[in-house]
Design a protein around this ligand. Structure first.
Ligand code: SAM
Length: 243
């Protein structure tokens, strides 16, 4: 059933959808009166609704049943992703949302090749937010994960290190595996920091470790920068019982 998001709990038994979502319902999905859809209030509630009236940019629905959103992970996982080349970030964001990430924070690493100017950065972030919304609708999430504005590496590390498990996925880490750090632990919040195609610079490793991030390995093979987020998110979701 089609899924849409509103920002707050509805008052009463009706919900009105406007704007591009209303357009999507009427013009793209061509839904009809009495057809049903799910509206999610991003606060943990799903509302099974029936369409009562349809205009081009306004759809009025009646709540039939209220249930708990089941698409959210128990653990807050935030993905800190170095800007990759091309449109890999589109793919990474889509998979991170499907896998249950709560927030995605793009940052610029020393070896990030892609360095768009402010204007194109805003355009990219807008596109990434659209991808996150579509992936949340498709995968049955209870929220639309936030895609933050691009941070500097330093600010990303400062923010990431506030998590209970602040994991720095380092391709040259020889001792500590992600398994050593996470297995059999009560996990409430995890930051996953992934580098760009060129990996991390020694000075970045130092700064992250000095900020109490934990350098961990995903094994002996070098994963692509678009593979590493999928693997590490899957591991965290599995270890914390969300997969
Ligand atoms: N240029 C680096 C090299 O050849 O060693 C590889 C960087 S890798 C393509 C991109 C990012 O994915 C890395 O910075 C790291 O965050 C993550 N990654 C890839 N393989 C990993 C592994 N085996 N252990 C931990 N992190 C890994």
């Amino acid at each position: 059933m089609p899924r849409f998001f509103i920002d707050e709990k509805p008052q009463g038994e009706n919900i009105t959808i406007t704007g591009e979502d209303a357009h999507h319902i009427t013009k793209v999905l061509r839904m009809k009166i009495n057809e049903q859809l799910v509206i999610c209030d991003s606060k943990g509630n799903d509302y099974n609704c029936q369409i009562e009236s349809l205009q081009k940019d306004c759809v009025c629905c009646k709540i039939i049943e209220t249930t708990q959103s089941v698409g959210e992970a128990k653990t807050d996982v935030i993905l800190y992703m170095a800007l990759p080349k091309g449109d890999k970030m589109d793919f990474i964001i889509q998979k991170a949302v499907e896998l249950g990430a709560k927030k995605i924070v793009p940052y610029i690493a020393k070896r990030s090749v892609s360095r768009p100017d402010e204007k194109s950065m805003h355009k990219k972030c807008d596109r990434w937010r659209k991808i996150a919304k579509e992936a949340a609708m498709q995968s049955g999430r209870g929220i639309i994960p936030e895609v933050c504005d691009v941070l500097s590496f330093k600010d990303a590390v400062k923010q990431a290190s506030e998590c209970q498990f602040a994991l720095f996925l380092y391709e040259n880490e020889q001792e500590t595996s992600i398994k050593n750090v996470l297995s059999k632990k009560e996990i409430s919040s995890v930051a996953l920091m992934i580098g760009p195609e060129g990996g991390f610079d020694e000075s970045e490793v130092k700064l992250a470790v000095n900020a109490n991030m934990k350098s961990v390995s995903l094994g002996k093979r070098i994963l692509r920068c678009e593979t590493a987020p999928i693997v590490s998110l899957s591991i965290v979701m599995y270890e914390s019982g969300s997969i």
